[in-house]
Design a protein around this ligand. Structure first.
Ligand SMILES: *Cc1c(COP(=O)(O)O)cnc(C)c1O
Length: 421
Protein backbone atom coordinates (compact mmCIF):
# COMPACT_ATOMS: atom_id res chain seq x y z
CA UNK A 1 0.00 0.00 0.00
CA UNK A 2 1.36 3.40 -0.90
CA UNK A 3 0.15 5.28 2.21
CA UNK A 4 2.68 5.08 5.03
CA UNK A 5 2.33 8.47 6.72
CA UNK A 6 2.17 7.81 10.45
CA UNK A 7 1.17 11.39 11.29
CA UNK A 8 -2.17 12.22 12.88
CA UNK A 9 -4.84 13.16 10.34
CA UNK A 10 -5.51 16.87 10.04
CA UNK A 11 -9.29 16.47 10.23
CA UNK A 12 -8.89 14.50 13.45
CA UNK A 13 -11.53 11.72 13.42
CA UNK A 14 -11.39 11.81 17.22
CA UNK A 15 -14.43 9.57 17.78
CA UNK A 16 -12.36 6.59 16.61
CA UNK A 17 -9.73 7.05 19.30
CA UNK A 18 -10.35 5.65 22.78
CA UNK A 19 -10.50 8.27 25.54
CA UNK A 20 -7.28 7.00 27.03
CA UNK A 21 -5.34 7.07 23.77
CA UNK A 22 -3.03 9.60 25.43
CA UNK A 23 -1.99 6.88 27.89
CA UNK A 24 -0.95 4.64 25.00
CA UNK A 25 0.85 7.53 23.34
CA UNK A 26 2.89 8.14 26.52
CA UNK A 27 3.61 4.48 27.23
CA UNK A 28 4.15 3.07 23.75
CA UNK A 29 4.71 5.64 21.05
CA UNK A 30 5.73 2.91 18.59
CA UNK A 31 2.31 1.21 18.59
CA UNK A 32 0.48 4.54 19.02
CA UNK A 33 2.10 5.65 15.75
CA UNK A 34 0.88 2.48 14.03
CA UNK A 35 -2.69 3.09 15.24
CA UNK A 36 -2.59 6.71 14.12
CA UNK A 37 -1.15 5.62 10.79
CA UNK A 38 -4.03 3.19 10.31
CA UNK A 39 -6.55 5.85 11.30
CA UNK A 40 -4.96 8.12 8.71
CA UNK A 41 -5.03 5.36 6.07
CA UNK A 42 -8.70 4.61 6.75
CA UNK A 43 -9.69 8.25 6.53
CA UNK A 44 -7.62 9.30 3.51
CA UNK A 45 -8.26 6.32 1.22
CA UNK A 46 -11.55 4.62 0.32
CA UNK A 47 -12.27 1.19 1.75
CA UNK A 48 -13.99 -0.84 -0.95
CA UNK A 49 -12.91 -4.25 0.34
CA UNK A 50 -16.23 -6.12 0.21
CA UNK A 51 -15.83 -7.59 3.72
CA UNK A 52 -14.99 -4.29 5.48
CA UNK A 53 -17.03 -1.60 7.17
CA UNK A 54 -16.72 1.04 9.92
CA UNK A 55 -18.16 0.07 13.31
CA UNK A 56 -19.85 2.79 15.34
CA UNK A 57 -18.01 4.61 18.15
CA UNK A 58 -20.35 2.74 20.54
CA UNK A 59 -19.08 -0.62 19.23
CA UNK A 60 -15.47 0.58 19.54
CA UNK A 61 -16.19 1.71 23.11
CA UNK A 62 -17.48 -1.76 24.06
CA UNK A 63 -14.37 -3.30 22.46
CA UNK A 64 -12.12 -1.06 24.53
CA UNK A 65 -14.02 -1.75 27.77
CA UNK A 66 -13.00 -3.56 31.00
CA UNK A 67 -14.90 -6.68 29.84
CA UNK A 68 -11.70 -7.29 27.84
CA UNK A 69 -10.21 -8.42 31.17
CA UNK A 70 -12.88 -10.99 32.01
CA UNK A 71 -12.58 -14.76 31.70
CA UNK A 72 -15.99 -16.37 31.23
CA UNK A 73 -15.66 -19.95 30.01
CA UNK A 74 -19.06 -21.57 29.62
CA UNK A 75 -22.45 -19.97 29.12
CA UNK A 76 -24.55 -17.52 31.18
CA UNK A 77 -25.51 -19.11 34.47
CA UNK A 78 -23.02 -21.98 33.95
CA UNK A 79 -19.51 -20.50 33.96
CA UNK A 80 -16.24 -22.05 34.99
CA UNK A 81 -15.11 -18.72 36.48
CA UNK A 82 -16.36 -16.46 39.25
CA UNK A 83 -17.42 -12.84 38.92
CA UNK A 84 -19.36 -13.37 35.71
CA UNK A 85 -22.50 -11.36 36.61
CA UNK A 86 -21.84 -8.62 34.06
CA UNK A 87 -20.41 -11.01 31.49
CA UNK A 88 -23.59 -13.10 31.79
CA UNK A 89 -25.71 -9.98 31.36
CA UNK A 90 -23.77 -8.94 28.23
CA UNK A 91 -24.11 -12.38 26.64
CA UNK A 92 -27.81 -12.73 27.51
CA UNK A 93 -28.51 -9.33 25.96
CA UNK A 94 -26.48 -10.21 22.84
CA UNK A 95 -28.32 -13.54 22.39
CA UNK A 96 -31.75 -11.98 23.00
CA UNK A 97 -31.05 -9.23 20.45
CA UNK A 98 -29.65 -11.67 17.87
CA UNK A 99 -32.61 -14.07 18.06
CA UNK A 100 -35.08 -11.19 17.86
CA UNK A 101 -33.22 -9.44 15.00
CA UNK A 102 -33.02 -12.58 12.85
CA UNK A 103 -36.14 -14.42 14.03
CA UNK A 104 -34.12 -17.43 15.19
CA UNK A 105 -34.84 -19.74 18.12
CA UNK A 106 -31.25 -19.89 19.31
CA UNK A 107 -28.12 -17.77 18.92
CA UNK A 108 -24.53 -18.50 19.88
CA UNK A 109 -22.51 -15.29 19.94
CA UNK A 110 -19.21 -16.70 21.23
CA UNK A 111 -17.58 -17.82 17.97
CA UNK A 112 -14.33 -15.87 17.64
CA UNK A 113 -14.72 -15.45 13.87
CA UNK A 114 -16.74 -16.52 10.85
CA UNK A 115 -14.37 -19.44 10.33
CA UNK A 116 -14.78 -20.56 13.96
CA UNK A 117 -18.55 -20.43 13.47
CA UNK A 118 -18.32 -22.71 10.42
CA UNK A 119 -15.91 -25.06 12.24
CA UNK A 120 -18.42 -25.32 15.10
CA UNK A 121 -21.32 -25.97 12.71
CA UNK A 122 -19.38 -28.84 11.09
CA UNK A 123 -18.35 -30.15 14.53
CA UNK A 124 -21.99 -30.13 15.67
CA UNK A 125 -23.40 -31.91 12.62
CA UNK A 126 -20.64 -33.99 11.02
CA UNK A 127 -17.98 -36.59 11.69
CA UNK A 128 -14.53 -36.50 10.09
CA UNK A 129 -14.70 -38.11 6.66
CA UNK A 130 -18.29 -37.04 5.97
CA UNK A 131 -19.13 -35.64 2.54
CA UNK A 132 -20.07 -31.96 2.26
CA UNK A 133 -21.36 -30.17 -0.85
CA UNK A 134 -20.35 -26.50 -1.01
CA UNK A 135 -19.44 -23.88 -3.59
CA UNK A 136 -16.05 -24.79 -5.08
CA UNK A 137 -13.21 -22.46 -4.14
CA UNK A 138 -12.50 -21.48 -7.77
CA UNK A 139 -16.06 -20.11 -7.94
CA UNK A 140 -16.08 -18.15 -4.69
CA UNK A 141 -16.30 -20.77 -1.95
CA UNK A 142 -14.67 -19.70 1.34
CA UNK A 143 -11.55 -21.40 2.76
CA UNK A 144 -13.85 -23.22 5.18
CA UNK A 145 -15.68 -24.78 2.23
CA UNK A 146 -13.04 -27.42 1.59
CA UNK A 147 -9.69 -25.73 1.00
CA UNK A 148 -6.93 -28.32 1.40
CA UNK A 149 -5.06 -25.69 3.44
CA UNK A 150 -7.95 -25.49 5.93
CA UNK A 151 -9.41 -27.90 8.54
CA UNK A 152 -12.43 -28.30 6.28
CA UNK A 153 -10.50 -29.81 3.38
CA UNK A 154 -8.37 -31.92 5.71
CA UNK A 155 -11.20 -33.48 7.74
CA UNK A 156 -14.12 -33.71 5.32
CA UNK A 157 -14.72 -34.90 1.76
CA UNK A 158 -15.78 -31.77 -0.08
CA UNK A 159 -17.59 -31.80 -3.39
CA UNK A 160 -17.76 -28.41 -5.11
CA UNK A 161 -20.61 -26.92 -7.08
CA UNK A 162 -19.96 -24.04 -9.42
CA UNK A 163 -21.58 -21.18 -11.26
CA UNK A 164 -22.56 -21.05 -14.91
CA UNK A 165 -19.63 -19.58 -16.85
CA UNK A 166 -21.95 -17.46 -19.02
CA UNK A 167 -24.45 -16.13 -16.47
CA UNK A 168 -22.23 -16.31 -13.39
CA UNK A 169 -25.26 -17.74 -11.52
CA UNK A 170 -25.36 -20.87 -9.34
CA UNK A 171 -26.38 -23.84 -11.47
CA UNK A 172 -29.00 -25.45 -9.18
CA UNK A 173 -29.45 -28.40 -11.51
CA UNK A 174 -25.75 -29.14 -11.00
CA UNK A 175 -26.19 -28.75 -7.23
CA UNK A 176 -29.07 -31.25 -7.36
CA UNK A 177 -27.17 -33.70 -9.56
CA UNK A 178 -24.07 -33.57 -7.31
CA UNK A 179 -26.26 -34.01 -4.22
CA UNK A 180 -27.92 -37.09 -5.75
CA UNK A 181 -24.59 -38.54 -6.85
CA UNK A 182 -22.61 -37.91 -3.63
CA UNK A 183 -25.34 -38.01 -0.92
CA UNK A 184 -23.60 -35.36 1.25
CA UNK A 185 -24.24 -35.15 4.98
CA UNK A 186 -24.44 -31.35 4.65
CA UNK A 187 -24.91 -28.78 1.91
CA UNK A 188 -23.40 -25.32 2.38
CA UNK A 189 -24.77 -22.16 0.79
CA UNK A 190 -22.71 -18.98 0.88
CA UNK A 191 -19.70 -17.49 -0.84
CA UNK A 192 -17.11 -14.75 -0.61
CA UNK A 193 -17.95 -13.23 -3.99
CA UNK A 194 -21.47 -14.19 -5.14
CA UNK A 195 -23.30 -10.91 -5.81
CA UNK A 196 -26.81 -12.40 -5.98
CA UNK A 197 -29.13 -13.95 -3.39
CA UNK A 198 -28.87 -17.70 -2.91
CA UNK A 199 -32.20 -19.51 -3.43
CA UNK A 200 -32.49 -20.87 0.11
CA UNK A 201 -35.83 -22.56 -0.59
CA UNK A 202 -34.29 -24.53 -3.45
CA UNK A 203 -31.21 -25.40 -1.39
CA UNK A 204 -33.59 -26.70 1.33
CA UNK A 205 -35.51 -28.76 -1.19
CA UNK A 206 -32.31 -30.35 -2.53
CA UNK A 207 -31.00 -30.99 1.00
CA UNK A 208 -34.29 -32.66 1.99
CA UNK A 209 -34.25 -34.81 -1.12
CA UNK A 210 -30.91 -36.37 -0.09
CA UNK A 211 -31.33 -36.15 3.68
CA UNK A 212 -28.59 -33.54 4.16
CA UNK A 213 -28.30 -30.71 6.67
CA UNK A 214 -28.40 -27.23 5.15
CA UNK A 215 -25.75 -24.86 6.52
CA UNK A 216 -26.04 -21.25 5.38
CA UNK A 217 -22.67 -19.52 5.62
CA UNK A 218 -24.10 -16.00 5.40
CA UNK A 219 -21.13 -13.94 6.57
CA UNK A 220 -21.39 -11.47 3.69
CA UNK A 221 -25.12 -10.75 3.48
CA UNK A 222 -25.91 -10.98 7.25
CA UNK A 223 -26.12 -7.19 7.60
CA UNK A 224 -28.39 -6.94 4.56
CA UNK A 225 -30.56 -9.68 6.08
CA UNK A 226 -30.72 -7.73 9.37
CA UNK A 227 -31.84 -4.64 7.48
CA UNK A 228 -34.41 -6.48 5.37
CA UNK A 229 -32.44 -5.85 2.16
CA UNK A 230 -31.75 -9.55 1.45
CA UNK A 231 -33.79 -12.72 2.01
CA UNK A 232 -33.15 -14.60 5.25
CA UNK A 233 -31.83 -18.18 5.33
CA UNK A 234 -33.16 -18.61 8.90
CA UNK A 235 -36.49 -20.25 7.91
CA UNK A 236 -34.68 -22.73 5.63
CA UNK A 237 -31.25 -23.61 7.03
CA UNK A 238 -30.59 -25.96 9.95
CA UNK A 239 -27.68 -23.74 10.96
CA UNK A 240 -26.81 -20.20 9.88
CA UNK A 241 -23.19 -19.09 10.34
CA UNK A 242 -22.11 -15.49 9.97
CA UNK A 243 -19.63 -12.84 10.92
CA UNK A 244 -20.67 -9.82 12.96
CA UNK A 245 -18.34 -7.52 11.00
CA UNK A 246 -18.81 -7.03 7.22
CA UNK A 247 -22.12 -5.36 6.31
CA UNK A 248 -23.53 -6.00 9.82
CA UNK A 249 -21.07 -3.37 11.06
CA UNK A 250 -20.28 -4.96 14.41
CA UNK A 251 -16.97 -6.07 15.93
CA UNK A 252 -14.81 -8.72 14.22
CA UNK A 253 -16.37 -12.01 15.27
CA UNK A 254 -18.71 -14.87 14.48
CA UNK A 255 -22.23 -15.94 15.35
CA UNK A 256 -24.38 -19.02 14.82
CA UNK A 257 -28.18 -19.26 14.62
CA UNK A 258 -30.19 -22.47 14.79
CA UNK A 259 -33.42 -24.04 15.95
CA UNK A 260 -34.04 -25.10 19.56
CA UNK A 261 -33.36 -28.77 18.79
CA UNK A 262 -29.75 -28.09 17.71
CA UNK A 263 -29.04 -25.40 20.33
CA UNK A 264 -27.18 -27.59 22.79
CA UNK A 265 -25.10 -29.32 20.09
CA UNK A 266 -24.12 -25.97 18.58
CA UNK A 267 -23.21 -24.47 21.96
CA UNK A 268 -21.08 -27.48 22.90
CA UNK A 269 -19.40 -27.39 19.48
CA UNK A 270 -18.27 -23.80 20.17
CA UNK A 271 -17.32 -24.29 23.84
CA UNK A 272 -15.69 -26.58 24.90
CA UNK A 273 -15.13 -28.36 21.56
CA UNK A 274 -13.45 -25.69 19.42
CA UNK A 275 -12.90 -22.72 21.77
CA UNK A 276 -12.05 -21.80 25.33
CA UNK A 277 -13.21 -18.60 26.98
CA UNK A 278 -15.29 -16.20 24.92
CA UNK A 279 -14.05 -12.65 24.35
CA UNK A 280 -16.60 -10.88 26.51
CA UNK A 281 -15.73 -7.36 25.32
CA UNK A 282 -16.45 -8.58 21.78
CA UNK A 283 -19.69 -10.22 22.93
CA UNK A 284 -20.74 -6.88 24.45
CA UNK A 285 -19.79 -5.10 21.21
CA UNK A 286 -21.86 -7.66 19.25
CA UNK A 287 -24.84 -6.80 21.49
CA UNK A 288 -24.34 -3.11 20.68
CA UNK A 289 -24.19 -3.87 16.95
CA UNK A 290 -27.35 -6.03 17.09
CA UNK A 291 -29.11 -3.16 18.88
CA UNK A 292 -28.01 -0.74 16.17
CA UNK A 293 -29.01 -3.16 13.40
CA UNK A 294 -32.57 -3.31 14.80
CA UNK A 295 -33.15 0.41 14.19
CA UNK A 296 -34.97 2.00 11.22
CA UNK A 297 -31.73 3.87 10.46
CA UNK A 298 -29.97 0.55 9.85
CA UNK A 299 -32.80 -0.71 7.63
CA UNK A 300 -32.32 2.43 5.55
CA UNK A 301 -28.56 1.88 5.57
CA UNK A 302 -28.85 -1.72 4.32
CA UNK A 303 -31.11 -0.71 1.43
CA UNK A 304 -28.79 2.16 0.58
CA UNK A 305 -25.80 -0.20 0.49
CA UNK A 306 -27.54 -2.27 -2.21
CA UNK A 307 -28.75 0.78 -4.17
CA UNK A 308 -25.18 2.14 -4.13
CA UNK A 309 -23.74 -1.15 -5.34
CA UNK A 310 -26.19 -1.14 -8.25
CA UNK A 311 -25.23 2.42 -9.24
CA UNK A 312 -21.53 1.60 -8.94
CA UNK A 313 -21.92 -1.64 -10.93
CA UNK A 314 -23.75 0.16 -13.73
CA UNK A 315 -21.07 2.87 -13.72
CA UNK A 316 -18.28 0.30 -13.93
CA UNK A 317 -20.00 -1.34 -16.91
CA UNK A 318 -20.22 2.08 -18.57
CA UNK A 319 -16.44 2.42 -17.99
CA UNK A 320 -15.89 -0.86 -19.83
CA UNK A 321 -15.57 -3.32 -16.94
CA UNK A 322 -17.35 -6.64 -17.37
CA UNK A 323 -19.54 -6.99 -14.25
CA UNK A 324 -20.26 -10.65 -13.47
CA UNK A 325 -23.94 -11.69 -13.43
CA UNK A 326 -24.61 -8.32 -15.09
CA UNK A 327 -24.92 -6.47 -11.79
CA UNK A 328 -25.69 -7.15 -8.14
CA UNK A 329 -28.49 -7.68 -5.59
CA UNK A 330 -26.16 -7.10 -2.65
CA UNK A 331 -23.27 -4.91 -1.46
CA UNK A 332 -20.86 -6.95 -3.54
CA UNK A 333 -19.58 -6.42 -7.09
CA UNK A 334 -17.23 -8.67 -9.05
CA UNK A 335 -15.81 -7.08 -12.19
CA UNK A 336 -13.43 -8.22 -14.90
CA UNK A 337 -11.12 -5.39 -16.02
CA UNK A 338 -9.93 -7.36 -19.09
CA UNK A 339 -11.77 -5.08 -21.58
CA UNK A 340 -9.58 -2.23 -20.22
CA UNK A 341 -6.50 -4.26 -21.08
CA UNK A 342 -5.42 -5.42 -17.60
CA UNK A 343 -6.04 -8.34 -15.25
CA UNK A 344 -7.40 -8.18 -11.70
CA UNK A 345 -4.06 -7.94 -9.85
CA UNK A 346 -2.86 -5.09 -12.13
CA UNK A 347 -6.19 -3.27 -11.72
CA UNK A 348 -6.01 -3.68 -7.95
CA UNK A 349 -2.47 -2.28 -7.87
CA UNK A 350 -3.40 0.77 -10.00
CA UNK A 351 -6.50 1.40 -7.87
CA UNK A 352 -4.41 1.12 -4.68
CA UNK A 353 -2.03 3.81 -5.96
CA UNK A 354 -5.12 5.99 -6.40
CA UNK A 355 -6.25 5.26 -2.83
CA UNK A 356 -9.06 2.88 -3.82
CA UNK A 357 -8.57 -0.23 -1.68
CA UNK A 358 -10.11 -3.57 -2.73
CA UNK A 359 -9.36 -7.23 -3.51
CA UNK A 360 -8.98 -9.52 -6.49
CA UNK A 361 -11.07 -12.67 -6.84
CA UNK A 362 -11.83 -15.61 -9.10
CA UNK A 363 -14.11 -15.06 -12.10
CA UNK A 364 -16.90 -17.44 -13.21
CA UNK A 365 -14.84 -18.25 -16.34
CA UNK A 366 -11.19 -18.80 -17.24
CA UNK A 367 -8.15 -18.55 -14.99
CA UNK A 368 -7.67 -14.76 -14.92
CA UNK A 369 -8.71 -12.92 -11.77
CA UNK A 370 -11.11 -10.01 -11.48
CA UNK A 371 -11.69 -7.39 -8.81
CA UNK A 372 -14.12 -7.69 -5.92
CA UNK A 373 -15.52 -4.70 -4.09
CA UNK A 374 -18.37 -3.66 -1.83
CA UNK A 375 -20.26 -0.55 -0.79
CA UNK A 376 -20.75 -1.20 2.95
CA UNK A 377 -17.97 1.12 4.19
CA UNK A 378 -18.48 4.03 1.79
CA UNK A 379 -22.22 3.95 2.58
CA UNK A 380 -21.49 4.11 6.32
CA UNK A 381 -19.40 7.18 5.48
CA UNK A 382 -22.53 8.85 4.10
CA UNK A 383 -21.77 8.77 0.40
CA UNK A 384 -24.68 8.97 -2.04
CA UNK A 385 -25.62 7.83 -5.57
CA UNK A 386 -23.73 10.72 -7.17
CA UNK A 387 -20.58 9.74 -5.27
CA UNK A 388 -20.97 6.16 -6.58
CA UNK A 389 -21.23 7.42 -10.18
CA UNK A 390 -18.12 9.55 -9.59
CA UNK A 391 -16.30 6.57 -8.09
CA UNK A 392 -17.02 4.48 -11.20
CA UNK A 393 -15.42 7.16 -13.40
CA UNK A 394 -12.44 7.32 -11.03
CA UNK A 395 -12.10 3.53 -11.35
CA UNK A 396 -11.92 3.77 -15.14
CA UNK A 397 -9.43 6.63 -15.01
CA UNK A 398 -7.16 4.86 -12.53
CA UNK A 399 -7.19 1.47 -14.25
CA UNK A 400 -6.50 3.03 -17.66
CA UNK A 401 -3.78 5.18 -15.98
CA UNK A 402 -5.15 8.27 -17.70
CA UNK A 403 -4.70 10.65 -14.80
CA UNK A 404 -3.37 10.81 -11.26
CA UNK A 405 -6.57 10.83 -9.21
CA UNK A 406 -5.02 10.29 -5.76
CA UNK A 407 -5.79 13.85 -4.64
CA UNK A 408 -9.41 13.57 -5.79
CA UNK A 409 -9.88 10.28 -3.91
CA UNK A 410 -8.34 11.80 -0.79
CA UNK A 411 -10.73 14.75 -1.07
CA UNK A 412 -13.72 12.44 -1.47
CA UNK A 413 -12.62 10.46 1.61
CA UNK A 414 -12.07 13.58 3.68
CA UNK A 415 -15.49 14.96 2.71
CA UNK A 416 -16.96 11.80 4.29
CA UNK A 417 -14.95 11.06 7.44
CA UNK A 418 -15.75 7.58 8.84
CA UNK A 419 -15.60 9.01 12.37
CA UNK A 420 -16.63 12.68 12.28
CA UNK A 421 -14.97 14.17 15.37
C1 LIG B 1 -15.84 -13.80 5.77
C2 LIG B 1 -16.33 -15.17 5.59
C3 LIG B 1 -15.98 -16.20 6.48
C4 LIG B 1 -14.93 -16.10 7.57
O1 LIG B 1 -14.88 -15.07 8.42
P1 LIG B 1 -13.57 -14.81 9.30
O2 LIG B 1 -14.10 -13.96 10.40
O3 LIG B 1 -12.58 -14.13 8.41
O4 LIG B 1 -13.06 -16.12 9.79
C5 LIG B 1 -16.53 -17.46 6.28
N1 LIG B 1 -17.36 -17.69 5.27
C6 LIG B 1 -17.72 -16.73 4.38
C7 LIG B 1 -18.66 -17.06 3.28
C8 LIG B 1 -17.21 -15.44 4.51
O5 LIG B 1 -17.53 -14.51 3.62
Amino acid sequence: MPVTTPAAPSSAPGAALPQDFDALLREDSEIAAVLLGELHRQSSTLQLTAAENFTSPAVLAALGSPLANKYAEGYPGARHHGGCEQADAAERIACRRATSLFGAEHANVQAHSGSSAVLAAYAALLRPGDTVLAMGLPYGGHLTHGSPANFSGRWFEFVGYGVDSESGLIDYEQVRALARAHRPKAIVSGSISYPRHPDYELFREIADEVGAYLIADSAHPMGLIAGGAAPSPVPYADVVCATTHKVLRGPRGGMILCGAELAERIDRAVFPFTQGGAQMHTVAAKAVAFGEAATPAFTMYAHRVVAHARVLAAGLEAEGFEVTTGGTDTHLIVADPAPLGVDGPTARARLAVAGLVLDTCALPYGDARGIRLGTAAVTTQGMDDADMARLAVLFGTAVREENDIRAEVRELAEEHPPYPG
